[in-house]
Design a protein around this ligand. Structure first.
Ligand code: 5GP
Ligand code: ZN
Length: 114
């Protein structure tokens, strides 16, 4: 057991609004949404940053992105579009050190990001 915030959310130790869950990933609503849809999709396995992903995580990360794509379409964003982003380390703005992908949809986004 560890006290990582997202591990605790994955264990249902800390409540969150869960949109999807299976044996390997959890998708829950961000506490400070930056778009009408703002989900965080995490592996249940604790990996602090994208730097820690290895060959052994290939299927897990493929599964996570597949579920993100299914969720985006289920929530109605498939046609107009959505953004799937992961921040790695401080310069990218990572604030929780458990790998997570933001699924943002329901409005128009600008590029490049700030
Ligand atoms: P990062 O800045 O690391 O890319 O993203 C972390 C995200 O986690 C932020 O968008 C933040 O709003 C969200 N977050 C932080 N603490 C909690 C929490 O306790 N519950 C939920 N649902 N989201 C959280
Ligand atoms: Zn963790």
């Amino acid at each position: 057991m560890n006290d990582c915030l997202f591990c605790r959310i994955a264990r249902h130790d800390i409540p969150s609004k869960i949109e999807y869950e299976d044996d390997r990933v959890v998708a829950f609503h961000d506490i400070g949404p930056k778009a009408p849809t703002h989900l965080l999709i995490i592996p249940k396995k604790h990996l602090a940053t994208l730097n820690e992903i290895g060959e052994a995580d290939r299927d897990l990360l493929g599964h996570l992105i597949l579920k993100a794509s299914e969720l985006a379409r289920r929530l109605g964003h498939g046609e107009k579009g959505y953004r799937l982003v992961a921040n790695c380390q401080a310069d990218a703005g990572q604030s929780v050190f458990h790998v997570h992908f933001h699924l943002l949809g329901g409005r128009r986004f600008t590029w490049p990001p700030g």
